[in-house]
Design a protein around this ligand. Structure first.
Ligand SMILES: O=C(O)CC1=CCC(=O)O1
Length: 93
């Protein structure tokens, strides 16, 4: 098990074909929800006032996370920050 923080900032070009935009967003939602159901995408939160999300992934390895992120339908329209996480010594969880 390996936990990762991922921030995704979305920037879809304004001139992207509206049909492509709608289809890509639908595929993104389906892909994300499939990974959530599988327990790999454990949190997704919208950043208030921004087209960005903060997500937590629970995966087997950095390679698995890379494959997941690389295959996001919106990948071409996002910039990401990825941070590996480990337990905090003061955590009571
Ligand atoms: O809208 C976003 O933050 C981008 C995104 C990632 C997964 C999803 O469903 O949307």
């Amino acid at each position: 098990m390996a936990l990762f923080y991922v921030r995704m900032d979305v920037d879809i070009p304004l001139d992207l074909d509206p049909t492509v935009r709608t289809e890509t967003l639908a595929r993104e939602k389906e892909y994300s929800q499939e990974l959530q159901r599988a327990g790999k995408w454990v949190h997704i939160w919208r950043v208030v006032g921004q087209y960005s999300n903060i997500s937590i992934f629970d995966v087997e390895s950095p390679d698995e996370l890379h494959e997941i992120l690389w295959n996001l339908p919106l990948f071409a329209y996002m910039t990401m920050e990825v941070l590996p996480l480990t337990g905090h010594p003061s955590s009571i969880a």
